[in-house]
Design a protein around this ligand. Structure first.
Ligand SMILES: [Zn+2]
Length: 325
């Protein structure tokens, strides 16, 4: 348990320290108008007295979140280019792999950042409720606590990434999200097989660490391939979905709360399909990704309600000496 969690936290950091910079480009930032605008802006505003003036005028929260003069140039030039595209009646382009978003204070994607924070808060509240309701002796208690911490870590990095997209924050968001999906498989394995056969969950845990290490290594050292990352997450997600659904179906007569688990896994995987609706942000704020992050906030409440019911059930069956399912 503990080594699995520690490795999931440390591996991305260790690998990132050794890695090289990768740049993702899109139609908007390939545009000569945009490139010339950035070059001109940096040359005029980001040296000498003008740079010092920029730095003295910049609010502290912008400097603290790493907004530099060049970033401001790219932001301003993005809107200049979007204006030209709109005037000519062309489709809104992406810049550096992302749609244009209106910045709010230091938040690059304010709605996704807020939604990630809300997911984190929902997760934290429900973890506290779980720990307040379920006695420590319940067999799933340590695994669920660890799962909550892995999830909180992922929502923290998601909030950071949507606040400020940098090489490091993007990788941390992607890798920590993969860690949650893999840990969810581990959680499912412990619940369905590991309580009776701990050696099985230890083997699956070790295998998942290997998968995670290979995944992060490939993305860091070989190629940061967005298509591969999405395909890998979708494959792991489907294994997760099918495994949980089989367990729900097998236990539908004995566990009255089985439906909560079924609804949660179907909702989480169904809502992930929202990501496929890739449209320019409404009001330069609400894109498919933000809608997806917003839609998962209520799911945490139902998921933890299932985990609480199930942990209490396991404790009761242990007390009365009934064999675990
Ligand atoms: Zn996100």
């Amino acid at each position: 348990m503990f080594p699995v969690r520690t490795s999931l936290f440390l591996l991305p950091l260790l690998l990132l320290l050794l890695s090289a910079v990768n740049v993702h480009s899109s139609q908007g930032d390939k545009e000569p108008v945009y490139r010339d605008c950035v070059k001109q802006c940096v040359r005029t505003n980001c040296t000498g007295a003008r740079l010092r003036g920029f730095e003295s005028r910049q609010p502290p929260y912008m400097a603290l979140t790493g907004w530099r003069c060049g970033d401001d140039c790219r932001y301003q030039c993005m809107w200049t280019t979007v204006g030209l595209y709109q005037a000519e009646g062309y489709r809104i382009p992406q810049f550096h792999g992302k749609w244009p978003f209106a910045r709010f204070l230091c938040f690059e994607e304010p709605v996704s950042a807020l939604a990630s924070l809300l997911n984190g808060v929902a997760c934290l509240l429900m973890m506290l409720r779980y720990r307040g309701t379920v006695p420590r002796q319940s067999p799933m208690y340590p695994t669920i606590t660890a799962f909550s911490l892995v999830s909180l870590n992922a929502w923290f990095w998601s909030t950071v990434f949507h606040t400020r997209d940098t090489y490091l924050t993007e990788k941390m968001d992607y890798f920590c999200a993969s860690a949650v999906i893999l840990y969810s498989i581990y959680l499912c394995c412990v619940r369905t097989l590991g309580l009776k056969r701990p050696v099985v969950s230890s083997l699956v845990g070790a295998l998942l660490i290997l998968v995670f290490t290979a995944h992060v290594s490939y993305l860091t050292f070989v190629s940061f391939d967005y298509g591969y990352n999405m395909a890998a997450n979708a494959t792991i997600g489907i294994v997760n979905l099918l495994w949980w659904l089989c367990w729900c179906w097998q236990n539908r007569r004995t566990l009255p709360y089985w439906w909560k688990c079924g609804v949660v896994v179907l909702l989480l995987h169904g809502l992930a399909l929202l990501e496929l609706l890739d449209f320019p942000p409404l009001l330069w704020a609400l894109d498919a990704h933000a809608v997806w992050h917003l839609s998962t906030v209520p799911v945490h409440f139902l998921f933890y309600s299932f985990l609480i019911d199930d942990s209490l059930h396991l404790l009761n069956t242990e007390k009365i000496g009934v064999k675990l399912e």
